[in-house]
Design a protein around this ligand. Structure first.
Ligand SMILES: Cc1ncc(C[n+]2csc(CCOP(=O)(O)OP(=O)(O)O)c2C)c(N)n1
Ligand SMILES: [Mg+2]
Length: 200
């Protein structure tokens, strides 16, 4: 996640961006927010699947503001709401979706680890029912199938910086763009601590 955050900052440097959403494993200290439109926050109900729809709606609302709408979406969140992207393609709503693809509903792996420890059950089973791998989902293919432009899978920070610059230029040509970035399943320390210690 730290390498992902650094590449996001570098790939978008110099651009006026609104981050519509950030994934659960994001470290809040990774990027400074200086204006109310720098980051729109999470949805009110913490409903996984709302991310793609939030991005399309926010992109529509930001039209003419000079800000590029960028959402960093979990792969689980993206899968649960992916059909929202068709509306962006259909109605030519330019936007950039970056899928932070850890190939898991990882939030629940963290929960299952905590419960396994409390109940003396094997921690290595935490990925059962949560991992989304083998086959890994080809998000770029699903995006193209709905009429979007797509880049990926992207596997390194350097590649991600290039992908973001390419996405910005496609955005300027009017495209709705998705980038599939493969990341390791791990949360920022503060987030995983909060979820695994008392009260998490
Ligand atoms: C509609 C709905 N179903 C289930 C949940 C429980 N839930 C919270 S986070 C999460 C996993 C999210 O996976 P992903 O978007 O890939 O993010 P990650 O934790 O892997 O970064 C789930 C299933 C929820 N919040 N909303
Ligand atoms: Mg995930």
């Amino acid at each position: 996640m730290p390498a992902f955050a650094a590449a996001l900052a570098e790939g978008l440097s110099g651009e006026s961006v609104t981050l519509v959403r950030l994934p659960l494993g994001w470290d809040g200290a990774s990027l400074p927010f200086r204006h109310p439109l720098d980051y729109l926050g999470y949805d009110g109900g913490a409903g996984i699947g709302s991310g793609p729809g939030m991005l399309v709606g926010a992109a529509l609302a930001l039209e003419g503001s000079g800000r590029i709408p960028v959402a960093v979406l979990g792969d689980g969140d993206t899968m649960m709401g992916i059909s929202a992207f068709w509306s962006a393609a259909r109605y030519s709503i330019p936007l950039i979706a970056v899928v932070c693809n850890n190939r898991s509903y990882f939030n629940d792996e963290v929960h299952q680890e905590k419960v396994a420890r409390m109940r003396g059950r094997p921690v290595e089973n935490k990925g059962v029912g949560q991992e989304i791998r083998e086959p890994d989902i080809d998000f770029a293919a699903i995006a193209r199938a709905q009429g979007m432009a797509a880049i990926g899978p992207v596997g390194s920070g350097a590649e991600m910086v290039g992908a973001l610059r390419q996405a910005v230029s496609l955005y300027r040509e009017g495209a709705s763009v998705l980038i599939d970035v493969r990341v390791e399943p791990a949360y920022a320390e503060a987030m995983s601590k909060g979820m695994t210690e008392d009260g998490g």
